[in-house]
Design a protein around this ligand. Structure first.
Ligand SMILES: [Fe+2]
Length: 386
């Protein structure tokens, strides 16, 4: 019997229209000064932003906004946000947006109570000694799962690396999942973020660190995504479908927060840092190739993935049934119009040594179901070139 620890920290508030309760929720957490982190798109184009700020003010709380988070936040952005938050003296942070604002807020909350630059924690020069300031996450995409994980990812642009920093206290105190905030997400973003969630669910489900509760979360997420991702991309205004994708992202987030990820994310982080390929696109592109490599490590679980994705594998030999999971994922990537080869996103073979070197240092690589060597990464990359 496998021994495991399953952590439950985050209160989850789910439903259409629940985001307007933000102010009261901050108050219940004894907050008085709210630091609000988002990006310029949300400020300029979303009705949610003014509604949420009003909700905080109506609850009688002070609020300061930072709205310049870029995609794949850098060390200097996070250090800068942390400095503004410290000066304001925030006792809570709220993040509105996708993974970048959420990770930025979580890391700024950690730096509020811990000395130095976020670089020190990336490079393990310092460790998180004091608990982070509480954070509330309000995702407007369905993919990252950051609303229920203890991780924040930082990009070191000079080194071409993306590295995650984790601490239990960075786990959000509250996740507000309001599908009404996700209906304006454009199809390309819906496709990429949805594939990120599918990648989390599949990588965590087959991870060597998986356990029964994370399996339940991941398998449910895979089923929900298989049934809804095409519909969500085709018609983003369908709130019911948005709600199911939001739930899938959250369940996959809970699953991978417990069981970890694997080689897909290891390679995808390099593609993001070196070529600025959006995180979800990099994962979607690499997922079938890494699955193909991994299938033989756990054919029973890959068969379960095929079934969850709606494949009829009845009466098939186990090996054939397991490989149907790869075919099913390839079809989703094709239907959603996501690049299917590394060539399409501008990757050059001359960069393989750097991608391989960075992938081999990925902290979650040891949990990949099949042991990965440098040559294996090279073979996977060659296959993915097309
Ligand atoms: Fe991811």
């Amino acid at each position: 019997m496998k021994e495991f620890i399953f952590r439950l920290y985050t209160k989850i508030l789910y439903g259409e229209g629940v985001a307007k309760r933000l102010g009261m929720e901050c108050k219940q957490l004894n907050a008085s000064k709210v630091f609000f982190v988002t990006d310029s798109f949300m400020v300029e184009h979303s009705a949610a932003f003014p509604m949420l700020i009003d909700s905080i003010k109506d609850a009688g709380l002070k609020v300061k906004v930072f709205s310049d988070v870029e995609a794949d936040p850098s060390i200097s952005t996070i250090d800068g946000v942390a400095a503004i938050m410290k000066e304001f003296g925030a006792d809570i942070a709220v993040a509105l947006g996708g993974g970048s604002p959420m990770d930025t807020a979580k890391l700024a909350c950690m730096l509020q109570n811990n000395e130095g630059s976020v670089r020190d924690y990336m490079r393990k020069v310092r460790s998180v000694d004091k608990p982070a300031v509480p954070v509330i996450c309000i995702p407007t995409t369905a993919g990252t799962g950051s609303e229920v994980t203890s991780f924040g990812v930082v990009t070191d642009r000079e080194a071409g690396e993306k590295i995650g920093i984790a601490h239990d206290s960075m786990m959000p105190k509250l996740a507000i999942i309001d599908p009404a905030l996700q209906v304006s997400m454009p199809p390309t973003l819906t496709a990429a973020t949805g594939m990120d969630a599918l990648c989390h669910a599949i990588e965590a489900f087959v991870s060597l660190d998986a356990e029964p509760l994370s399996d339940a979360m991941c398998l449910h997420a895979i089923r929900l995504i298989g049934e809804n991702i095409r519909k969500a991309v085709a018609n983003g205004r369908d709130v019911e479908t948005r709600g199911k994708m939001a739930l899938a992202s959250l369940a996959a987030g809970v699953g991978f927060a417990q069981a970890g990820l694997g080689a897909v994310h290891g390679i995808a982080h390099c593609l993001g840092a070196m070529y600025h390929v959006p995180h979800g696109v990099a994962n979607a592109l690499m997922l079938p190739y890494v699955m193909e490599f991994n299938v033989m490590a756990n054919m029973e679980k890959f068969r379960e993935i095929a079934i969850a994705l709606g494949e009829n594998v009845l009466d098939m030999p186990l090996r054939d049934a397991a490989y149907r999971s790869v075919a099913a994922v390839k079809l989703i990537v094709k239907d959603l119009g996501i690049p299917q080869t590394l060539k399409e996103v501008g990757v050059k073979e001359s960069d393989f040594p750097a991608i391989i070197k960075n992938t081999m240092t990925y902290g979650r690589l040891p949990f990949n179901p099949r042991t990965v060597s440098e040559k294996d990464v090279a073979d996977i990359l060659t296959a993915a070139m097309g």
